[in-house]
Design a protein around this ligand. Structure first.
Ligand SMILES: [Zn+2]
Length: 460
């Protein structure tokens, strides 16, 4: 078997060779804990869980270290804390917000069938490592102190921009860079900044008297160093993190350690849209993982996600969820409580080919076909192979026992639409009758035409 991964840095799919097969190391940028995670946050969590499972399969569970950080110091957290707990001192309010959100996140991703990472370091527990890195960078001439800030000097690194493949001018034009009096050049970015009164603060590095707090990018360089070393195998995250976050992580880590690379493979999942539109609170199509888990089993959400290759943009639709639900119903029906059998070579090859999950799902459909003809071996193999993707992990009775908590359908509206469709059918306006059937399908209602009239049911 050959395992290949697409590397954003070199823009090519390459055979994966770990630095040390006895300890394969992966770092993935985790959530900023201030609110319920949304479906866009779920994508990298699921994608890198599949990669984690594949690595464990190839190298053995004891030989893979997966680190996913938790960002618990951030302006968004401060703002949310002040808004939600105005009567509390800010530090206490922040602790409440981060603890609550952290717990919600863990409940959500466990429900999506994701394995816990090997370590989940928190930014606030790695301030000492960040200070050490910052002091090294200043000493080496890659960073400078100005007005109680420490900034990374982009001009000090000739390779800057290699991951994003943009020139300095393009980066300045594209990144809406903040102009600030303490910056020597527009693209220079903050490693450390002074805290405002009441904000969390720590003793500053480089002899700065005022207490301060770290910039965002430095935390990942510090935590990956602490838990994985100066150079490691895989660094992952959403495609939106390529620039500036990952570009800046590379700059910090490589300049601090004088290494040619920070990680050997940069793996990024594509964007996510909802029903063909950008997801935004202002558009009213903002979907949290929690919302979805009220209506659908976690595995359904997971399969709906994996039906698109991780590097492709994903269009999240209710129809995709329904399709995933029907597929899993069929698979559970056939596998029942059978013991996992042999892992199917086609499924493994597909996952090992840059995590080609749609192809892996196609191989599972083939196994289902054979199992439906009565092959017990195929049923066992379907179960084992689906588990490589983190699917078919429940018992048949657990699966059958799931009931959506909040499917709400306006019955009067359904009755009126069915009457309008019947009227259209009577005058042979089939275009209109089909349109109405599609409209009902969109809200989750499936029609059945019988001799005695039209009945309907809620699609699952
Ligand atoms: Zn990061």
């Amino acid at each position: 078997m050959e395992f290949k991964l697409y590397d954003t840095l070199t823009r090519e799919k390459r055979v994966f060779t770990p630095l040390d097969p006895a300890n394969v190391r992966m770092y993935v940028c985790g959530p900023t804990v201030y609110d319920f995670a949304h479906i866009g946050n779920a994508r990298p969590v699921i994608v890198f869980d599949v990669l984690f499972r594949l690595l464990r399969h190839i190298y053995g569970a004891a030989h893979v270290t997966y680190v996913r950080n938790i960002t618990d110091v951030d302006d968004k957290i401060n703002a949310r804390a002040a808004e939600e707990y105005p009567a509390l001192p800010l530090n206490e309010a922040i602790r409440k917000v981060t603890e609550k959100t952290d717990q919600q996140f863990h409940e959500d991703v466990a429900a999506l069938g994701c394995l816990p990472p090997s370590a989940e370091p928190r930014a606030t527990e790695h301030i000492a490592e960040m200070r050490t890195l910052i002091e090294r960078l200043v000493k080496a001439g890659n960073a400078y102190v100005e007005g109680d800030h420490v900034l990374f000097s982009v001009a000090s690194m000739p390779d800057y921009g290699r991951l994003a493949r943009r020139s300095l001018d393009e980066m300045i034009a594209g990144a809406r860079v903040e102009v600030a009096p303490y910056k020597r050049a527009p693209m220079d970015f903050v490693l450390w900044k002074p805290s405002k009164p009441g904000e969390p603060s720590w003793p500053s590095p480089c002899g700065i008297a005022a207490p301060g707090r770290p910039g965002w990018h430095i935390e990942c360089s510090a935590m990956s160093w602490k838990h994985l070393g100066e150079t490691f195998d895989i660094h992952g995250g959403g495609i939106d993190l390529v620039f500036p976050h990952h570009e800046n992580e590379i700059a910090q880590s490589r300049c601090a350690f004088h290494t040619p690379v920070m990680a050997n493979y940069w793996v990024h999942n594509g964007f996510l849209q909802v029903e063909g539109e950008k997801m935004a609170k202002s558009l009213g199509n903002f979907v949290t993982i929690r919302d979805l888990l009220r209506d659908w089993p976690g595995e359904t959400v997971r399969l709906a996600m994996l039906q698109t290759h991780y590097r492709q943009p994903l269009n999240w639709t209710t129809n995709g969820l329904r399709e995933a639900q029907r597929t899993l119903d069929l698979w559970y029906e056939l596998t029942g409580d059978a013991a996992p059998g042999l892992l199917c070579a086609d499924t493994l090859d597909a996952v090992a080919d840059d995590l080609n999950s749609p192809k892996a799902v196609a191989s599972l459909h083939e196994l289902r076909g054979e199992a439906a003809k009565g092959s017990k071996a195929a049923a066992g193999s379907l179960k084992a192979s689906a588990q490589l993707l983190g699917l078919l992990q429940e018992t048949a009775s657990e699966w059958a026992g799931f009931r959506p908590a909040s499917i709400s359908i306006d019955e009067n509206k359904v009755t009126a639409l069915i009457a309008a469709r019947n009227a259209a059918r009577r005058v042979k306006d089939f275009r209109e009758s089909d349109r109405i059937r599609d409209e009902l399908a969109k809200i989750g209602v499936v029609l059945k035409d019988t001799k005695d009239g039209t009945t309907w049911e809620i699609a699952r």
